[in-house]
Design a protein around this ligand. Structure first.
Ligand SMILES: *[C@@H]1O[C@H](CO)[C@@H](O)[C@H](O)[C@H]1NC(C)=O
Ligand SMILES: *[C@@H]1O[C@H](CO)[C@@H](O)[C@H](O)[C@H]1NC(C)=O
Ligand SMILES: *[C@@H]1O[C@H](CO)[C@@H](O)[C@H](O)[C@H]1NC(C)=O
Ligand SMILES: *[C@@H]1O[C@H](CO)[C@@H](O)[C@H](O)[C@H]1NC(C)=O
Length: 299
């Protein structure tokens, strides 16, 4: 599983997200995203527009007392005081421009990232695969979660800073400088480590090679306790005993019945088996007929 994750990650490694001025929002594919600046914009008929790399633009929302979604967004956006886009898809990735009245347009870069998913059991080590050319490279390799610094490595000095909660638990592959393997290992994962991590290289105030890792932490199974539970759970004693009692009663009943009242008990056996015993008329007699047992009994 880890090998698979690593392969998918190295595929995405070194895709550059470029340098953008203004606000940058990172989101994970499928998550919702809120454009915070839209909340402060109160000028009626303000617009939020998206421009893709190719240059084509699309209206996303317009302020009419509240932000109203444009056509094509109505299933993923509700009129609101700010623009909130549900279930982001990869086509939402791009440069947004917020025109608030006559003010200059404000660019907002939205990055929609396809994360690598890692599932790890509590207490185990998790690997965050990241490869990048580090030869003669300046800048800082940084990992963040919820905008908090988790790890930082100065690529020129090799100085490492670990974020709060991650001290002495996170390390970079030893030969990163020579082979560009910037894979991180997080030791002893805790439930609170679960979340989305963003990895990138910070250079000239721009981020490069941005990628996301979604870490899931499952609770450790206490196998010793589980085994104990299984062996110590008492089996319900009544059931089997009662089945045996019922079986014995039935067999005994059938046996006695066979002796005393063969007519009912051996309904499948025809009278002829008695060997010249009762007549057909006698066969039709009710089972209370006292003579019948005597006739059939010895048979
Ligand atoms: C804002 O625009 C909408 C529709 O264009 C209009 O109905 C509304 O009255 C305007 N509100 C203000 C405060 O101008
Ligand atoms: C606007 O969105 C927020 C966050 O989803 C939500 O709590 C609020 O109820 C929404 N307001 C309206 C008017 O829909
Ligand atoms: C390493 O980084 C920390 C925090 O950024 C800084 O305080 C420290 O002086 C740096 N050490 C070296 C050797 O550069
Ligand atoms: C990169 O480093 C990690 C952690 O040390 C290691 O497990 C992995 O095998 C390395 N990958 C390559 C391609 O060398």
């Amino acid at each position: 599983m880890v090998a698979l994750t690593m392969r998918s990650l190295s595929f995405f490694a070194c895709l550059s997200f470029g340098l953008t001025l203004g606000l940058t929002l990172d989101t994970i594919l499928g998550d919702r995203v809120q454009f915070p600046k839209t909340e402060q914009c109160k000028k009626n008929r303000s617009k939020l527009q998206l421009t893709w790399n190719g240059g084509s633009t699309q209206l996303v929302a317009q302020l009419e007392d509240e932000w109203k979604p444009a056509a094509g967004y109505r299933d993923r956006m509700s009129p609101n005081g700010s623009v909130i886009l549900d279930r982001t898809n990869i086509n939402d990735h791009g440069l947004y421009e917020l025109s608030c009245g006559s003010e200059e347009e404000e660019p907002i870069q939205l990055n929609v990232l396809v994360p690598s998913e890692i599932s790890e059991t509590e207490g185990q080590a998790a690997g965050f695969t990241f490869h990048c050319n580090t030869v003669g490279k300046l800048g800082r390799y940084r990992v963040e979660r919820d905008k908090q610094r988790v790890f930082e490595l100065d690529l020129s000095s090799g100085n490492i800073t670990q974020g709060s909660g991650f001290e002495n638990r996170i390390s970079v592959a030893p030969n990163w400088k020579s082979d560009g393997n910037l894979t991180l290992t997080l030791q002893g994962v805790k439930p609170e480590d679960q979340g989305d991590y963003f990895l990138y290289v910070l250079k000239n105030n721009g981020r490069e090679h941005l990628q996301a890792v979604r870490l899931r932490v499952s609770p450790a199974l206490n196998t010793a306790e589980d085994n104990k539970k299984i062996t110590c759970t008492p089996q319900p004693p009544g059931k089997t005993v009662w089945i045996w009692v019922a079986a014995v009663v039935l067999i005994a009943g059938a046996f006695l019945c066979g002796l005393k009242m063969p007519r009912i008990c051996r309904s499948g056996v025809s009278g002829g088996a008695g060997g010249g015993g009762p007549t057909a008329a006698a066969e039709m007699q009710p089972f209370t007929d006292p003579r019948v047992p005597e006739v059939n009994g010895p048979a």
